[in-house]
Design a protein around this ligand. Structure first.
Ligand code: PHE
Length: 465
């Protein structure tokens, strides 16, 4: 065991307050997923109808798995591999940890690339690069905005430099550790992010296209809700809430004994959904005000948004704020991804934090650049018709995270005794939530695994719903 200067065992760090727990966990959940995946997927898959299905999965898969992860983390105060040694479980379960390690790496390879684009857009908006768009005709401005994105993402050095900046910021935060790094940064930046997104949404809602934008996002159209979109909603719940790869085990291991796990999971899931909705409300009214098509994916974030925002009065300021909040969201999500392997290295391989952070972020940067940039060594490689960028996204979200989530669910449902689960979740009987824990165990045993098996078989193409 590690000892401090006085020879006493060194205490594992924890977050200081419940508010710190909330902001750190929300910081992990809120990310690029809210800003570009959620609004687009919602608009395209039947608006309010999709949101209802999404909430159904958040409730029956998301919250139960989040609680299972919190339980494992806080109970054992361990990384996602070490958890199973501490609980004296068979070595098989350590697979959860190894899958988590792999997911964290795969996600970081492409996520940090996109984060780099976002950082570069903060810089470019600050420099006023998009101001000229407002003096062009719409078609010309649209072409110019698309060109700007091509340069940012397709260049040789530019995307690499910005990805380096994004990874460097993550490394710098994680070097500070749990309290001085993760806690301090999320407690300062999350309130700022929430304020900025409200400002952007309020501004957008005062435009003439507001009604159309809100309708695109919210109006429930059940006819657009195909079986495929139901499954997409399920995958989104995983990615959004950072589940199935040990992020919430790791953060849970920093929670304090007084924290209300059930309360935290609901607060985080609800706030995260609100942020997603606000992101949609900040974007679509503006898009419709200028009669543009609400295209999805990278095009929406990196071409349409600069274009439409720059057409508004004080639009450049709004653009800076919007990309700043996106950069914050991406950064606080990335620190939670990278913390997973960092703590595994620290505790399982006894590597000091500094070395672990530098090693892992270094690896992520180098492999990320080599595989996910179109111009680089493996940038043009495709496997089964997918670029490596898309393949990493697919493998992590559709295979590894659901598989990890399924294993976590089964472990907590069938290997943890009911009384033990109640004791930990009610903080030794201090909280009067034993009834909820009983319900949770029922859902974990029978509902969550069944739903997950359906997503998983579909992801593998075995089941075609
Ligand atoms: N939840 C983050 C987002 O929506 C992504 C994420 C996945 C973060 C897995 C951590 C772990 O962008």
């Amino acid at each position: 065991m590690k000892t401090n200067k006085n020879g006493k065992p060194e205490k594992r760090e924890t977050f200081s307050t419940s508010l710190a727990v909330f902001f750190a966990t929300l910081g992990s959940a809120v990310g690029l997923g809210n800003i570009w995946k959620f609004p687009y997927m919602t608009g395209m898959n039947g608006g309010g109808a999709f949101i209802l299905v999404y909430l159904f999965f958040v409730l029956l898969i998301g919250i139960p798995i989040m609680l299972s992860e919190f339980y494992l983390g806080r109970k054992t105060r361990s990384n996602v591999v070490g958890v199973f040694d501490k609980l004296k479980a068979s070595r098989f379960w350590k697979l959860i940890g190894y899958f988590g390690l792999l997911s964290a790496m795969l996600i970081m390879f492409f996520y940090s690339t996109v984060a780099g684009w976002v950082y570069s857009y903060v810089f470019k908006a600050l420099r006023g690069d998009f101001r000229s768009l407002s003096s062009m005709g719409l078609a010309e401005a649209k072409a110019a905005a698309e060109k700007a994105f091509e340069t940012t993402a397709g260049g040789t050095y530019e995307p690499m430099v910005w990805q380096f900046v994004a990874v460097f910021v993550v490394a710098a935060i994680l070097l500070g550790g749990v309290k001085k790094g993760i806690e301090r940064v999320t407690k300062t930046l999350m309130p700022l992010l929430l304020t900025l997104i409200v400002i952007c949404a309020v501004r957008a809602l005062t435009l003439s296209g507001a009604g159309e934008g809100v309708a695109f996002l919210m109006k429930a159209d059940f006819s657009k809700l195909s079986a495929a979109s139901v499954l997409a909603a399920m995958g989104l719940a995983f990615f959004k809430l950072s589940l199935g790869m040990g992020t919430m085990v790791t953060y849970g291991s920093y929670f304090n004994k007084e924290n209300n796990l059930i309360g935290t999971s609901f607060q985080v899931a609800i706030s995260d959904t609100l942020v997603s909705l606000l992101a949609g409300l900040a974007v679509f009214p503006v898009v419709f005000t200028f009669n543009l098509a609400p295209e999805g994916g990278p095009g929406l974030l990196f071409a349409t948004i600069p274009l439409v925002f720059s057409l508004l009065p004080l639009g450049n300021l709004l653009l800076v704020l919007f990309f700043l909040l996106t950069a914050i969201a991406a950064t606080t999500a990335m620190i939670s991804m990278v913390e997973v392997p960092v703590v595994i290295f620290m505790e399982e391989l006894k590597v000091p934090r500094k070395k672990a952070v530098l090693l892992i972020t270094g690896l992520m940067f180098v492999i990320g650049v080599l595989t996910t940039h179109p111009q680089s060594l493996f940038g043009g490689v495709t496997i089964a018709g997918k670029s490596l960028f898309d393949l990493f996204d697919y493998l992590s979200s559709n295979i590894l995270m659901p598989l990890g989530g399924l294993l976590i669910t089964l472990f907590v449902a069938y290997f943890v005794k009911k009384n033990e689960l109640i004791r930990e979740m009610t903080n030794n009987g201090h909280l009067k939530t034993a009834g909820l824990v009983t319900l949770l165990q029922f859902v974990l045993k029978f509902v969550t695994p069944l739903l997950l098996i359906i997503v998983f078989l579909n992801a593998l193409g075995i089941l075609k719903l």
